[in-house]
Design a protein. Structure first.
Lengths: 113, 148
């Protein structure tokens, strides 16, 4: 799985590509933890358009990151989730903590291109 | 019940092999009369079972062995067995509770997904002797229920 991270002031956009399991979860957690050490992140946008799979390890990584960002008053949004990925997100209840959008919000993403 | 086809494979307890395992099982299951949604759910439960073995049974030690056997049986039944030789589960009843995990950094949804997306879940485990997770999906019964 590939991961592209861009930061604009206190907002971070993580573009994920591939399958979000234990392998990717650890990579994502490590990267965000490192960024949080340097400077608080107010907003984290996860571009899920190219994520074709997620399991509980992937969900666990998102929850872990959510707790850390929420503790400093920030929030997370997930964009472009595919239907079968969204089904797992909703089943887990993560949609009550994180805003999930099925369609990519181009106006937001354009800022980071 | 007669087995119409089966596949059996084993691999090292490396995180890189989780994707390989679920893809193999998904590809094998796709010869049954099922939808893409069915395959996605099967891949998810295999991912959960293999991740459990790597994380909980072997504490992420990547030199251990995990076996998978998948059987296509008569009457549209798919059986998946994921077996490890790790430390085993002390309290299976507790492990099956939603959101329970021995690792505070995890969501404890693995068995919940397996129970929810499959028709049967059986866990055979002894501390120190490993764990065998048996998952059943009855495609025929699901199709009949959907058309009822």
């Amino acid at each position: 799985m590939d991961m592209e991270v861009k930061q604009l002031r206190n907002t971070v956009v993580v573009k994920l590509d591939g399958e979000m399991d234990m392998l990717m979860a650890e990579k994502l957690k490590k990267d965000i933890d490192q960024r949080l050490l340097n400077k608080p992140i107010a907003n984290l946008i996860i571009d899920m358009e190219k994520v074709t799979f997620i399991d509980s390890s992937g969900l666990g990584a998102i929850i872990g990151i959510y707790k850390k960002i929420n503790a400093v008053g920030g929030g997370i949004a997930m964009l472009g989730t595919q239907p079968h990925v969204k089904k797992v997100l909703v089943f887990s209840g993560i949609d009550k903590l994180v805003n999930i959008y099925s369609n990519e919000c181009d106006d937001i993403m354009d800022e980071f291109r | 019940m007669n087995v119409k086809n089966y596949v059996r494979f084993e691999f090292l307890s490396l995180a890189e092999n989780i994707s390989f395992a679920r893809s193999c099982v998904g590809a094998f299951a796709s010869q049954m009369d099922c939808t893409l949604d069915d395959i996605e759910e099967i891949k998810l439960v295999v991912s959960e079972a293999v991740s459990n073995s790597i994380i909980h049974a072997y504490d992420k030690e990547d030199t251990q062995r995990i076996e998978i056997m998948v059987s296509i049986m008569e009457m549209g039944i798919l059986e998946i067995i994921v077996k490890d030789y790790g430390k085993g589960i002390e309290d299976i009843k507790q492990a099956l509770k939603p959101a329970y995990s021995t690792d505070p950094g995890r969501m404890g949804l693995g068995f919940t997904f397996m129970k929810s997306f499959m028709d049967e879940l059986e866990i055979i485990s002894q501390p120190g002797e490993g764990t065998s997770v048996r998952l059943i999906r009855n495609f025929l019964a699901r199709a009949e229920k959907a058309h009822a």
